[in-house]
Design a protein around this ligand. Sequence first.
Ligand code: CUA
Length: 332
Amino acid sequence: MPGQSAPALAVAFGWQSVLDSAGPQAARIEDLWWVYFWVCAAVFVLVFLALVMAVFRGRRGKGDPTDPGAPHPPASERRLTRTVAGATAATAVILIGLLVATVAASRATSSLPGDPLTIELTGQQWWWQVRYEDPTPSRMVTTANEIHIPVGRPVRVKTRSTDVIHSFWVPNLHGKRDLIPGRPSEILIQADRPGVFRGQCAEFCGYQHANMALLVVAEPPETFAAWYEAQLQPARPPSDALQQRGKVVFEALPCPLCHTIAGTQASGKTAPDLTHLASRRMLAAGTLPNTRGHLGGWILDPQTIKPGNKMPAVSLGSDDLRALLAYLESLR
Ligand code: CUA
């Protein structure tokens, strides 16, 4: 769904939801969520009923209404003690039961059978660098803010951060994993059905924390393999005069100091790799749909769209901008 923003309703029904699990670990977490929901709902109803009963019994005015401190008759006292002791025991049993269910779910989600694909995910203010590991260095893929995974295969996501604490969270696939500078970690995810699942940085990491999203695109293994092969290729050379001019514009601007376009002079490492920019669905870490208009707006005025991010505004004439957009849109 290139060029499509997340409709508000989709947020509630699956696009980024714990209650629409798409993998084995998320399914365990969803089950646990429902256990908590029903247990807590039952406790709430019982406590509320007890409260209502207490109010109405008190109104009936047993004992001496002028003396609230008067002792209860012995039989009533025994019944009260039994009730309080029973409620205390039930509370303990419920809490221990929830603890056991939580520990069991946590253990079940920490491993996955099968040969995992390994991805190194680096959180930065405020975007995600994605690097697919491979024993052959020339077969490693680097991209940003969009993770493609094959359905049915476990994926080991090695998480790291180079600045502040971030947190990787794709609720349809798993729980959260914090990215702590100097403390690499990893999490195993797996999708059991194709789909596009939105993830969100879940740890406040500065001004644009809320605009630090990513997409996980789960696709059939053949589709994933084709995507991977395409990502391994260097950038397409410009195919017409306009794109050629766009490439010249790109290289004359400060862009190559931060961005890489494989196969060109641009080899900056501090910003997202743009080699296959046009193949991605969103811009600026899930902030904008990847359309020509948004891309143009982003290049001209990134500080209004995402204040505080590290991309400076550039001033461009309309012909240069048109050429630059034609070139960037050709980077499929
Ligand atoms: Cu990164 Cu919040």
